[in-house]
Design a protein around this ligand. Structure first.
Ligand code: 5AD
Ligand code: SF4
Length: 446
């Protein structure tokens, strides 16, 4: 590749999970430190970072078509510099370098703190790949948090040791690691100083977080949440994503004790059939999952529940799928995510017998989503008439309209004299399937 001018503008396109959103923000911060600014809306950027997701479907193909779109009809000096980051970079970095000459940098999710060095090389015309998985070096090497949204993310844990047989995460994000307690408290304070009112603690297996507090005591996620709740100016705490195997008594109790911990729990179950759960290597049964939820609900009766589901796991029969529907009926989710099984290269399930036909999966997904949508709307209707705190996150579609989140993570929109980042009391007036219309009652101090 020819040496090229240093990029002046950038665009980071993040796909997939919230951890990628967090990583995307951190990469943007690093580019900002270099004096590179976000490309104005609607204008081409000099540097595009494709922060990819590998969890489902044709992830790699999507990357190649994005690269094609970015470079189509452009000579090399007009085309943007391209970096591929995220889990596709980790899984298929070398192939990307070989197949897509337009890509200057390939950087995995545990190595993106080295993006600035790679950029220096790229400007000299040198292509670089970095898919190392150093334990925790990345976070220490990232710049301080200086700007953020009222509802921000904080990655506390990365990687996964659970090895569900369908999932690529243990291979792309590596083994479970927890960021140190002190670093997290510091970063949370910095986020609050920068304007955050709500922090969602992120991890592929966030409930597996463990550390030592400032007195040298071993603490789990509940202990961390308890201490973060003491940060002045922080009004709300959430965490995601959890695994049923790691939910301990302390975390359940925390939901009853800590006001700042929002009444919301995202706890993926994946399927309702015990045989399928075993084949998935999920260490829980439908029954043990339901019992766990009962304990959470006893600690926090207004807890809103969310989950993840996969339909059409290899060998799933009609009767087994019906058990998923039964479980959905038993839980009454406030919201949920559901997916068709997608074979991931290198995972045990990809080579299992009994891969389910596409039309069967389509049909199951449709039925599951109908049930989940029905329950989500019912949950929204059950909150109609309540007045609750809403964190204003952005302007709505119409002038004077604002959009925010209720404690139960529902979107609520309303009109009034407020600003982004305000915590306000809103009466939930009318429930729709995906959001609620509200009426502003009063502002409250953070
Ligand atoms: N196919 C379909 N869905 C998957 N998920 C993870 N791997 C796969 C796969 N191979 C879903 C799970 C997980 C969510 C993040 O993505 O439901 O909880
Ligand atoms: Fe994937 Fe299972 Fe780990 Fe979740 S717990 S990241 S689904 S392997």
């Amino acid at each position: 590749m020819k040496p090229t001018n240093s990029p002046k503008t950038y665009r980071v396109k993040s796909f997939g999970c919230q951890m990628n959103v967090y990583d995307g923000e951190r990469m943007a911060e690093m580019l900002g430190e270099r004096g590179i600014v976000p490309a104005p809306e609607g204008e081409d950027a000099d540097l595009v970072v494709l922060n990819t997701c590998h969890i489902r479907e044709k992830a790699a193909e999507k990357v190649y078509s994005d690269i094609g779109r970015l470079t189509k009809g452009k000579t090399q000096d007009k085309a943007p510099m391209i970096a591929v980051a995220g889990c596709v970079a980790q899984a298929e970095g070398e192939e990307i370098m070989a197949r897509a000459p337009a890509v200057s940098m390939v950087v995995g999710p545990q190595a993106y703190h080295r993006l600035p060095e790679m950029l220096d090389k790229a400007v000299q015309g040198e292509r670089a790949t970095d898919t190392d998985m150093p334990a925790i070096a990345k976070f220490a090497a990232l710049p301080e948090r200086k700007r953020t949204n009222p509802a921000s993310f904080l990655t506390v844990q990365e990687g996964c040791d659970k090895f569900c047989t369908y999932c690529v995460v243990p291979y792309t994000r590596g083994a479970e690691i927890s960021r140190p307690y002190g670093d997290l408290v510091t970063e949370a304070r910095k986020l609050v100083d920068a304007g955050a009112k709500e922090i969602t603690l992120l991890g592929q297996n966030v409930s597996a977080w463990s550390g030592e507090d400032d007195k040298g005591q071993a603490v789990g996620l509940a202990g961390l949440i308890r201490d973060l709740a003491k940060v002045d100016g922080l009004a709300r705490i959430r965490y995601t994503t959890s695994h049923p195997a790691d939910m301990d008594d302390d975390l359940i109790a925390a939901h009853g004790e800590i006001d700042k911990l929002m009444p919301f729990l995202h706890l993926p179950v994946q399927a309702g059939s015990d045989r399928v759960l075993r084949a998935m290597n999920r260490s829980h049964t439908a029954e043990s999952y339901l019992r766990l939820l009962e304990r959470f609900r006893a600690a926090r009766p207004d807890l809103a529940l969310s989950g993840d589901f996969i339909v059409g796991f290899p060998g799933e029969t009609d009767a087994e799928f019906e058990e998923t529907l039964k479980l959905v009926d038993a839980v009454g989710y406030a919201q949920a995510f559901s997916f068709k099984y997608s074979p991931r290269p290198g995972t045990p399930a990809a080579s299992m017998e009994g891969q389910v036909a596409k039309d069967v999966m389509d049909d199951r997904l449709q039925r599951l989503q109908a049930a989940l949508n029905r329950d989500q709307w019912a949950f929204n209707r059950a909150t109609e008439g309540r007045t609750c705190e809403v964190l204003v996150e952005r302007k709505g579609k119409h002038p004077g309209q604002w959009l925010g989140k209720t404690p139960w993570l529902q979107s609520a929109w309303f009109e009034g004299d407020v600003g982004i980042g305000d915590l306000v009391q809103v009466e939930l007036v009318e429930a729709g399937p995906n959001s609620l219309a509200g009426r502003l009652r009063e502002r409250v101090a953070a």
